[in-house]
Design a protein around this ligand. Sequence first.
Ligand code: GDG
Length: 492
Amino acid sequence: MLTREGLNDLVKEKLLGYLFVVVSNREPYIHAFSGRKIVCQVPASGLTVALDPVMQACGGTWIAHGSGDADREVVDKDNKVGIPPEDPRYSLKRVWLSKEEEEGYYLGFSNEALWPLCHIVYTRPVFEECDWNTYRKVNETFAQNVLDEVGDRKAFVFIQDYHLALLSRQIKERNPNIITAQFWHIPWPNPEAFRICPWHEEVLKGLLGNDLLGFHIHYHCNNFMDTVDRSIETRVDREKYEVTYGGKKTAVRHFPISVDFEDIYQESQKAEVVAEIERLKNQWGIEDEMVGIGLDRIDYTKGIPDRFRAIDRFLEKYPDYRRRVVFVQAGVPSRMQVAAYKKLNEEIETLLEEINWKHGSMGRWKPIIYLREHLPTLTLMALRRMANFCVVSSLHDGMNLVAKEFVASRFDEDGVLILSRFTGASRELTDALLINPYATDHFAEAIKNALEMPEAERHKRMRKMREVVRENNIYKWAADIISELVKFEFGE
Ligand code: GDG
C-alpha cells in the first residue's frame, strides 16, 4: 500500500527541481464569513477531496477560483494563502472572476454544456456562443496565472477537469517547456454524443495540448480516442494509446481515482464519531430501525429521485418493513442557478413529501429523512458508520468517491453497498450489490437483499472491497500519474 510518505519520496525523487502546480476551478478550502467571523470550509467536491491529500504530500501551488466571500481577506499580495490553515503544507493561489465570467464559464459552458454532454442522462446540453467565449477567456486568465507562477522555473502543471479544457494549449503556446497533464473527472461519451457540441474540435485540440491525459476508466479513454479519430486530423495509435496532433504527442491513460483510505479508517474509529451517532439517533428518534444512507451533491446525475422511487417501491412491496427502516438522504445543494438543478430540487421535494405521506405513520415514523445542507465531516462519518446500507445510484458517474469513502470507513467490515453499474467505482467494487438505477423493481429488490444479507456474507463482501480501496488509494492514483508522466517526458 502506498502512503503519503511514499508519494512524498516519489515526488522528491522524480520531480526534483520541478515546481508542482495543480490547477482547478474549485478551490480546496473556501474562506467565508459567518457573522463577523471568518470560517474555512472544505467544499463538497470529489475532485478537491481527492487532491488535497496529494498536495499535502507533494507541496507546491494550487491555483483555483477564489469563490468564498471572505477569500480576499486572507490572501497575501500575490493572492496566496497557506493551506491547510492550521498547518500549511502548500500555497493556494486564488484567481478572481467577475459575476459575468462565473456565469458564462462556470454555470454556462462548463455546467450547462459540457457536464450534460459528457454524462448523457437525458438532460439536454445548452450551447450558447457567449458562454463559450467567456469560457475561452477565463481559461486564458487561468493560463496567465500559471505562467506568472511558473516564471522561468521548470514546472509540472497538473490540470483538473472539464472547466479548463483549453488551458494546456494556451500555456504551451507561450511556454512549451512546461509539462502538463490533465485529468478528466467525468465520463467521456461516444463520438456521436460529443460531436453535437458546436466547438467540439476546439475542445479536443485544447486537450491535446497536454503531454498526458487521464480518465478514470479504460472505456472513457477509448471513447476519447474514437472522438478524436472521427473529428480532427490526427494520428491515433491504439496500441500505444497515443494521439499525435500538430507533431505533438499526447498519451491517454486510465487512472481510477480514490480516497485516503488510511486517514478515513483512522478518523472513523474516533470516540467523537460514536458520540455523533448517538446525537443523530436522539435527534431523529431512531431506536432499533435499520438505517440506509445516501450522501451526494444534489445533482441530476446522482439518481436521487430514482433512489426515492426504489424506496417507495420497496415499501409498497414489503410493507412489513414500514417503521423498521429509515433512509437518511444528505445532500448539499449545488449549481442552483442552473434551471435543470432547480427542477431537480423541486422533483426531490415533491417525491419526498409524497413518499413520507404515503408510508409514514402520523409523526411517529417517516421513511426518508432529508438533510439538504452541507454537513461537517464528523456528521458524514457518523452517517457512514451507523448505516446498515449505503446507496450510490448515479445514472452516470466518472468514479464516485462516496462509495469508496463508505467502504474505507467500515473498519467493522460490516454494512452493504448498493452501487450503480454506471459508476466508474463499480468496475473495482464488484462485491457491492450492483444495480441499474433506472430499473425500479430490481433496485427495490436490492434494498431488500441488503437488509436481509447474512452477516457472514456482509463481512466477506466488505472485506474484499476494503482490500481494493486500501491498495488502490489516492496516493497510488497520484503516484501512477507522476510515474507515467516521467516515463514519457523525461525518459528514465
Ligand atoms: C467528480 C465526478 C468523481 C457530499 N456531501 C457533503 C460532502 N460530500 C462529499 C462526499 C465526496 C464528494 O463530496 C463527492 O464526490 P463524488 O465522487 O461523488 O462526486 P463529484 O463531486 O460529482 O465529483 C466523480 C470525482 O469528481 C473525483 O474524480 O468521483 O465521478 O463527478 O467526497 O463525501 N462533503 C461535506 N459535506 C457534505 O454535505 N464536507
